[in-house]
Design a protein around this ligand. Structure first.
Ligand SMILES: NC(=O)c1ccc[n+]([C@@H]2O[C@H](COP(=O)([O-])OP(=O)(O)OC[C@H]3O[C@@H](n4cnc5c(N)ncnc54)[C@H](OP(=O)(O)O)[C@@H]3O)[C@@H](O)[C@H]2O)c1
Length: 289
């Protein structure tokens, strides 16, 4: 079975089951959470449970999510790794069919964004800085050149990408080392399987976002049967499958609930046998409704 620790960029150890903080915002990822005390309690409990990797982004709020993390967790526990993202601008709440964001991968915007995240997170160097989306108006090489400069200046430690294909990864790597790739991937959505394989081949961490299908994972018969045998929930089976599928997956399930957080963290101890892994793999080969 794959180990529990992954070295981001070869030198930053994290447990492979982390926490995605996006849900700790207002509706539509807009503004602060409706209950800031409850949101802070989730963050504190995550760290108490041994989570040492938290994912956020400047557009969650915007700014509110990074500031909630700072106000709740700073001074940070040694070894806690925070990954944030830049390269997008939030113009309003996300609504069905409208993410409420636009892209900007220009050097001027990335520099402004990094300064904002350094301030909002209360750090002198960002452990993992991810390009949230590739801006079609800016060649990825141009955006990566500013990431490289920011790394040289000590403002960011490692570089990540999000929602990219293998060709974009290679174009980025022609400019700067890429430590992680964060793409949508879960039991019922494996369109980026080639990217996962590419990451394995190059020792790049693969961070599947929506690991729980954003809470909409179907209770397919295969999953339900495995859940019943193991006494786990279908969500825990989905997370355990991602952990066992590859040694480079780094999970960031999101929740605003303490109970769900504890359930998700418990998935790190769930061991699926070979037959169960095979059944879950085969499930991905047929269209899943
Ligand atoms: N790179 C990108 O473009 C991108 C895009 C989206 C997300 N992300 C990152 O990925 C992280 C994870 O994504 P996500 O939070 O949207 O989706 P997710 O982790 O797949 O699912 C979260 C949803 O599932 C529910 N949930 C969580 N644990 C549960 C449990 N044990 N039982 C039942 N329901 C449960 C949550 O509701 P409750 O709050 O009620 O638990 C929430 O609605 C985000 O936090 C963010 O950091 C990145």
């Amino acid at each position: 079975m794959a180990g529990k620790i992954f070295l981001i960029g070869g030198d930053l150890p994290v447990h492979r089951l982390g926490f995605g903080a996006m849900r700790l915002t207002g509706p539509g990822v807009w503004g602060p959470p409706q209950d800031p005390h409850a949101a802070a309690a989730v963050l504190r409990r995550a760290v108490d449970l041994g989570i040492d990797f938290i994912d956020t982004a400047d557009v969650y709020g915007p700014g509110d999510n990074e500031r909630l993390i700072r106000d709740t967790l700073a001074p940070y526990k040694p070894g806690l790794v925070i990954g944030t993202k830049g390269g997008m601008i939030r113009c309003g709440p996300a609504t069905p069919g409208n993410p409420g964001m636009s892209m900007d991968g220009s050097a001027a915007h990335i520099r402004r964004a990094v300064e904002g995240s350094l301030r909002d997170l209360g750090v002198e160097c960002i452990d993992l800085y991810q390009l949230h989306r590739v801006d079609p108006a800016t060649p990825i090489e141009e955006t990566m050149a500013v990431f490289l400069a920011l790394r040289t200046e000590g403002k960011i430690r490692h570089v990540g990408l999000s929602e990219v294909g293998t060709e974009q990864i290679e174009r980025a790597r022609s400019v700067v080392e890429v430590a992680t790739v964060q793409n949508r991937f879960n039991l019922t959505d494996r369109r980026h399987h080639d990217v996962l394989v590419h990451c394995e081949q190059h020792g790049i961490g693969f961070i599947p976002f929506y690991p729980l299908g954003a809470g909409t994972l179907t209770d397919a018969a295969t999953v339900a049967t495995i859940a019943a045998r193991t006494g786990a929930s279908s969500g825990q089976v989905a997370l355990a499958w991602l952990l066992q599928k590859s040694p480079v997956t780094l999970l960031i399930p999101g929740t605003s609930s303490l109970t769900h957080l504890e359930q998700n963290v418990a998935a790190r101890d769930l061991v699926l046998n070979d037959a169960e892994m095979t059944a879950l793999e085969q499930m991905g080969q047929a269209p899943v409704g």
